[in-house]
Design a protein around this ligand. Structure first.
Ligand SMILES: Cc1cc2nc3c(=O)[nH]c(=O)nc-3n(C[C@H](O)[C@H](O)[C@H](O)COP(=O)(O)OP(=O)(O)OC[C@H]3O[C@@H](n4cnc5c(N)ncnc54)[C@H](O)[C@@H]3O)c2cc1C
Length: 481
C-alpha cells in the first residue's frame, strides 16, 4: 500500500512536524492499533492488527493538512483519532504502516457566545470540559453521551454520536452549526455559522458521521441551551413487557411531546441497574426539562399517557435519579471493567440499531430469541430503547458472554461478530438501520451496501471524489479492495 518504507514515513513525519509530535514507542503503537472492539485481545496482551508506523500529535489545522497531503502523495493510510473511545473498530489500523493522526492536543475551547447561543471548540476539546464550562455560566450543549468523560468534539461529530437527552436536543447532527475540516489533498475548509441555509445541499453532512474516512475535523461550533436542571420532571415506571413500553413511547412522540429522556429497558438489561426495585420487570423512564411551565406541562401530559396502561406502576423518581447520576463512563470505570473481564472471562458488548414503530418490537424479539438459542455461553441478552423520534426509536442490544474454550483472538469470531451479524441482518431485513449511533467502524462495513441499497451510489461517489487515493481510515464505512 504505502509507496515508501516505514522508516522513510517516520523520517518524513519528523521533518514535517517537531520530533516530539511523532511517537514510535512500541507499546504506544500497539495500543493505537485497536479500540474498544478488540479489548479482550488487548487485555490479554495480544495485538492482531498491523502496527502503525507512528502516532502523530497534530497541534494545528496546518499540521493536519501537511500530514494528509504527505500521506496522499505516498498512499499511506491515516487513522484520525481524538478521544479514543470508539467501540466498533473505527480506530483499528487495518493496513501496514498507517499513521494515527491524533488531535487530542487541539483542545482549546475557542469561544462561548451566549448572545447567539454558540460554542466553538477545536476537535480535541473534551465534551466534559466544554459542558463544565458552560454549566458554570448556566448553559449546556444538551449533548450527554455515556462517554462524555472520554470523548472529544472531533470524534463525537465524526461518529454522529448521541446523548441521553437526545429526544429534546437531538443527536450531534442537530447541534452542529458550522465546522472546519481538512481533506486528504490538504484543503482546509470551513462551513460558517448561520441559523439556517438553503444555498444548495447541506454539506455539513458530508463531514458529520464520516468516521475519519473522508476528512479530518479540526473545529466544531455547536448550539448551546439554557441549563435549568431544577425544572427537571423525572418519571419512572415498572411494566411487564416491552410491547407496551414501545406503545407508550410512540404515544408520547406522535402526540407532539418532547421529553429529554425517553428510555425503556427490558427485564434482562434492566436487572443490571434496577434490581433493587424492579425484579423481572421492564422499566420506563421519562424526563421533561427546560423552562418550568414547559417541563411541567410535558411531564404531566406524559404521566397522563402512562396512567392509561394498567400494567405500569410508578416508582419513586429518586431511585431513577441515583442510576442516572452514575450512568457515565470515565477512565477509572473503563479500567475497572478491564480488570473484571480479565478476572472473570465474562465480557459485555453492545449493538445499536433503529427502526420505525411498526418494526422495532419484532426486531427486538427475533434478535433476543436468536442470540439466546444460537450463541453459546451467553450470560445476559437484553436491551433498551434510549432515543425516540416521531417515526420510530432505537434499540440498544446489550449482551454478556463467558469466553469459553477459545483463545483471546477467537473471542471476536466465536461470539462478538456472530451476535452482531444476527442483529445487523435481522434489522436490515426488516427495513431498519443497522447503526444508530456508535458508527459503522470496521465491523459493520461488510453490510454497508445492504444498508444503503441504491443510495450507496451517492456514498461511494463521495469517497471517490474526496479521497481518490483511499488513504482515509481504510476499512471504515467503505469496504477495502
Ligand atoms: C463507555 C462508552 C460509552 C459510550 N457511550 C456513547 C453514547 O452514549 N453515545 C454515543 O453516541 N457514543 C457512545 N460511545 C461511543 C464513542 O464514545 C462515541 O462514538 C464518541 O463519539 C467517540 O468520540 P472520540 O473523541 O472518543 O473519538 P475516537 O474514538 O477517537 O474516534 C471515533 C471515530 O471517529 C474518527 N475520528 C476521531 N476524531 C476525528 C476527527 N477529528 N476527524 C475525523 N474523524 C475523526 C476515528 O477515526 C474513529 O473512526 C461510547 C463509548 C464508550 C467506550
Amino acid at each position: 500500500m504505502a509507496s515508501i518504507s516505514r522508516e522513510q514515513i517516520v523520517e518524513n513525519l519528523v521533518k514535517l512536524l517537531d520530533e516530539e509530535k511523532v511517537v514510535t514507542d512500541e507499546q504506544v503503537l500497539k495500543d493505537s492499533s485497536v479500540d474498544r472492539f478488540r479489548r479482550y485481545e488487548e487485555i490479554h496482551g495480544f495485538y492482531t492488527q498491523p502496527l502503525p508506523a507512528a502516532v502523530v500529535y497534530a497541534g494545528s489545522k496546518e499540521d493536519v493538512a501537511s500530514i494528509l497531503k504527505f500521506a496522499s502523495e505516498h498512499s499511506i493510510n491515516v487513522v484520525p483519532r481524538t478521544g479514543d473511545s470508539a467501540t466498533e473498530g473505527g480506530l483499528e489500523t487495518a493496513v501496514e504502516h498507517s499513521i494515527v493522526l491524533d488531535g487530542s492536543g487541539m483542545n482549546e475551547i475557542i469561544s462561548i457566545d451566549p448572545y447567539n447561543m454558540l460554542a466553538t471548540c477545536q476537535c480535541g476539546a473534551p465534551l466534559q470540559d466544554l459542558e463544565d464550562r458552560l454549566r458554570e455560566q448556566g448553559y449546556t450543549t444538551g449533548h450527554s453521551p455515556q462517554s462524555k468523560p472520554l470523548a472529544q468534539l472531533g470524534g463525537l461529530v465524526a461518529t454522529r454520536s448521541i446523548g441521553q437527552f437526545s429526544t429534546l436536543y437531538g443527536g450531534i447532527e442537530d447541534m452542529v452549526v458550522g465546522l472546519e475540516a481538512v481533506f486528504p489533498n490538504g484543503e482546509i475548509t470551513k462551513i460558517k455559522n448561520v441559523p439556517r441555509r438553503a444555498a444548495g445541499p447541506d454539506i455539513r453532512h458530508v463531514i458529520i458521521g464520516n468516521e475519519g474516512a473522508l476528512c479530518y475535523i479540526t473545529e466544531v461550533t455547536v448550539k448551546i441551551y439554557k441549563y435549568s436542571p431544577e425544572n427537571n420532571y423525572l418519571l419512572g415506571y415498572t411494566l411487564d413487557n416491552m410491547k407496551t413500553g414501545f406503545e407508550i413511547l410512540r404515544e408520547v412522540m406522535v402526540n407532539g411531546y418532547r421529553p429529554s429522556v425517553a428510555r425503556l429497558y427490558d427485564e434482562e438489561d434492566g436487572s443490571q441497574h434496577f434490581s433493587h426495585f424492579a425484579e423481572d420487570k421492564c422499566v420506563l423512564i421519562l424526563m421533561a426539562e427546560g423552562p418550568k411551565p414547559l417541563a411541567e406541562a410535558t411531564g404531566k401530559a406524559m404521566e397522563a399517557i402512562v396512567e392509561k396502561y394498567a400494567e405500569c406502576e410508578k416508582v419513586d423518581h429518586r431511585l431513577i435519579q441515583v442510576w442516572f447520576d452514575n450512568l457515565n463512563w470515565d477512565v477509572s470505570k473503563v479500567a475497572e471493567e478491564r480488570e473484571e473481564i480479565f478476572a472473570t472471562k465474562n465480557i459485555s458488548n453492545t449493538t445499536e440499531i433503529a427502526a420505525t414503530w411498526d418494526k422495532i418490537y419484532d426486531i427486538y424479539k427475533v434478535c433476543v430469541e436468536r442470540i439466546r438459542t444460537e450463541i453459546p455461553d451467553i450470560t445476559l441478552i437484553g436491551g433498551h430503547s434510549s432515543h425516540s423520534y416521531l417515526n420510530g426509536t432505537n434499540m440498544y442490544f446489550v449482551y454478556f458472554y463467558n469466553v469459553v474454550d477459545c483463545s483471546p483472538e477467537e473471542e471476536i469470531s466465536k461470539y462478538h461478530l456472530p451476535i452482531k451479524r444476527i442483529i445487523v441482518e435481522e434489522t436490515i431485513k426488516a427495513g431498519g438501520s443497522m447503526c444508530h449511533h456508535h458508527g459503522v467502524g470496521k465491523h459493520r462495513t461488510p453490510w454497508i451496501k445492504d444498508e444503503y441499497g441504491s443510495s450507496y451510489y451517492i456514498l461511494k461517489t463521495l469517497k471517490e471524489a474526496f479521497d481518490p487515493e483511499g488513504i482515509m481510515n481504510k476499512g471504515t464505512i467503505f469496504p477495502g479492495e
